[in-house]
Design a protein around this ligand. Sequence first.
Ligand code: C2E
Ligand code: CA
Ligand code: CA
Length: 758
Amino acid sequence: MRKRRYKEISVSTFLVPFLAITLSFVVLSSLTVQAIRNYFEQHVVQDARGLALSYKSNLQKAVEAKEMTNSLLEDKLLMAGRTVLSTGRVMDNLELESFARMLDVDVIYYYDQTGTLLSASDSKNIGWKAPEGHPVDRFNRSGLEKHVEKIRKNTITHLYYKFSYFRRTDGTFVQVGILADKVVAFLTSFETERILLELDTLNGKRIVSFLGDDLHVSSSTDNTQVGLRITDPEAVKALKAGDEYHSYQKIRGESYLQVFVPVYVDGLKLGFLSVMESMTKNSEVVGGVTTMSLAAMVVVYLSVVFSMLSSFRKTRSLVQTAYFDSVSGLPNQAYLLEFLEEKILHGRNRKKAVVMVTVTGMKVINLTYGLEEADRIIRNIGAHLKLQEKENLRFFRFSASQFIVYLEGYRDKDELLSQLFEIQLRGLGYLQDKSWEHELSFQMGIVELTGHSSSADHLLKDALLALDQAKRNHDQLYAFFDEAMEKQLERENQVEKEIRNALFGHKLAQLHLHYQPQVELSTGRIIAFEALARMESEKLGAISPQEFIAIAEKKGLIIDLGYAVTALACRFIQSLDDAGYGEVRVGINVSVMQLLRDDFLGKTLEVIKDYGVECWRLKLEITESILMENYARINEKLAQIRQLGMQVELDDFGTGYSSFARLEELAIDALKIDKSFIDRIADGRKSSLILADLISMAHKQGLVVVAEGVETPLQEEYLRENCCDYLQGYVYSRPLPEAEALALLDKTGLKEKWKMDA
Ligand code: C2E
Ligand code: CA
Ligand code: CA
C-alpha cells in the first residue's frame, strides 16, 4: 500500500514548527524585556543603597559637627560668664555692652534675685520679669550656680540663642547668650536638605527624601513630598521591620521607582532614605535597549521563518512536480494512485466510480497544429474541470490525452451516466464556445468500485479495458467494465502464455501452418499457397488466428511469431521442392509492426537462407488498412523486398482507403480483393460492377489480381469472365495441413483443375 505523501506536505507541516518558533520567540522576547527591566531596577536599587550609605555618613558628620559646635559655644559661654562674674559689681547697660563686645558674645543680661531684668547689653526690656516656667525663672529657682542651656528660641526676639546662667553670691545672676541662628541654620541644613540636595545629582529626575521613624517625610528635594506619610500596608510592614523596600509610584503622571533604605547612625535607626528614580528616562534607556535586542531577535526570527518558509515552498513545489501535471494543473497519475488506494480502503458503503476519459482527436491536433496548441487545449480543459470539482467529484490527468474522473455517492448507473454526460457536455460546450474548429470528442471507460476492488493499478487497468471496449466501437461514447471484459482479459493472458510457450518454451508443435491454394483462373493450376497460422494448445484447444494474432500484436510477440511462421513456410517450400513442385510459391502474412522493425529484412533473409530457399518463392501479404499510417516508410521497405525478388500482395484490398492514385506509386505486385467484394456477386445478377472495374483498373496499373474468399461456382464464373487472375477460397479448397496440401497437388498435378467437396 502506498503511503500518501502528498497529504503530509500540507500547510500544517509548516504551521507546527512555525508556531513553535513564534511561541519561543514571544517567550524569549518577554524574558529578555523582563531581564532588561530587572537589570535597570536593580541598578536603581543599588543606587539608592549607595545614596543611603553616603547620606548616613553625612549625617554622622553632621551629628559630630553639632556636638563640636555645641561644646565650642559652651566653652565660650562659660568663659564669658566667669569673666563677667569676676567684676563683682553691679553692671549697667553700657558696661554689659562693652563686656559683650569684648567677650564676643551677643547678649548679656543681669537679673536680680526675683528674676527681674536689671540691665542688658542691648539696653532693651529692662524691668521684664521671667514668668513662671520660663527657662530664666527655672534657673532662678533651681539654686544652681551655673547652667548652660541647649540652643532655643528667644521668647521675645524669636531668634535662636544659646544661653548660660551664672549666679553671684548675692543671688543676682547673669545670663550670657550667643546668637545661634546661624549655627542652627548651619546644623539644620547639614542634617537634611543640604545633604539631600547634595545627593540629588540628577536635576530633579531623582527625588531624595528622608523619612523619620514615624514614616513621615521630614525633608525632601521635592517640596511636595514633605509631610507625606507612607500608608501602603506592604511598605509599612517592611519598613517597620527595618527592611529595604521598593515599589513603583506615580508622581505628576510620571512613573518612579521608589527605594527605601533604613538609615542607622551609631546603631540607632534614624529613619529611612527614600530614593525615587524617574523611570521615564530609565524607560527610555530600557526601551532603547529593549528595542535593539528585540530588533536583533526579530531579525533572527524572521530569517528562521523565512528559511522555513522557503524550504516549505521548495518541498511543496517538489511535491507539486511529483503530484501535479504541469500542463493541466490537475493531480497526476502518482497522486491518482495514492488517492485511489485510499478510496479502496475507506467508505465502502458509498457508490464510487473511476472513469477513464480519452479525448479523441488530440493526436490530430498534435500533428496538425503542434504541441503548443495541444497543450493549450489540455490546459483549458484542466482549468475547466477544476471549476467543476466537488468533494465527491475529482479530476486527474492520466496520460497525454486521457483524464480520470472520480465520482462518489451517486444512486445508480443512470445517475452516474447523467452526471458524466453533464460534465462531458459542459466540457464540449466549453470547447466549442472557445471556437476550436478541431474535432474533439470524448470516450469513457467506466469502472465501479466494488468491495472486491483490490488495488489502484487494477482499477485503472479495468478502466482502460472498458475504454478499449468503447474505442473498438467508434460510435460508443462509453463502456462499463464488466465481468466479460475481465474474462476476456484473463483469456488474453492465457493465450499470451500459450504463444510464449510455443515460441520460447518447448512447445513449438503448438504452432503450425495450414496452406490454402491459390489457383490460376485461366488454367486451373495451383500456382501458390497462402500460409495461415494455426495454434492448438493442450489447455485451450484450437485458438483462432484472429484471436492469437491480435494478442501477439498487442503483446509485442508478433515479431518472433513472424520469424517462426517464415521458418515453417520455408520448410514447406523445401517439402514442395522435394515433391517436385519447384514452381509453387508460398505467401505469408506480415503485420505492419514487423515491417516497421529495422532488422526485419535482414532477419527474414537469414531465416530464408537457413533453409536454402530462393527469395522469389515467397510472397508477403500486407494488410491495406494499416499500410496508410506509415505509408512512406513502409513503401520504402516494400521496394526493398521486391528488389530481393519476393512478391508483395496488398491484402484485404477495398477495406482501407487506398486510392488507385496511391496504388500507382506503391511498390506491390498484386492486389488481393477482399471477401466483402466477392460476397456481392452472390445474387448472380452481376450487380457488382465495381468489382469488374477494380480488376480492369488494377490490370491497367500492371497489377495481378487475386480474389479471396470465393465460395461459389457463380462467383468463380464471374471472376473468370472479368479476367481476374487468381482465385482463393472454399470453392476450391479450405486451408489444409501440409500433408493434405501436398496430396492435393499430387491429385491435380499442375494442370488439372480439381474441386474439393466443400
Ligand atoms: P487473411 O490474410 O485475410 O486470410 C484469409 C482468411 O480467410 C483465412 O482465415 C482463411 O481461412 C479464410 N478464408 C479463405 N477462403 C475462405 C472462404 O472461401 N470463405 C471464408 N469464409 N473464409 C475463407 P484464417 O486462417 O482464420 O486467418 C485469419 C487472419 O489471420 C488472416 O486473414 C490473417 O490476417 C491472419 N493471419 C493468419 N496467419 C497469419 C500469420 O502467419 N501472420 C500474420 N501476421 N497474420 C496471420
Ligand atoms: Ca492474407
Ligand atoms: Ca485477406
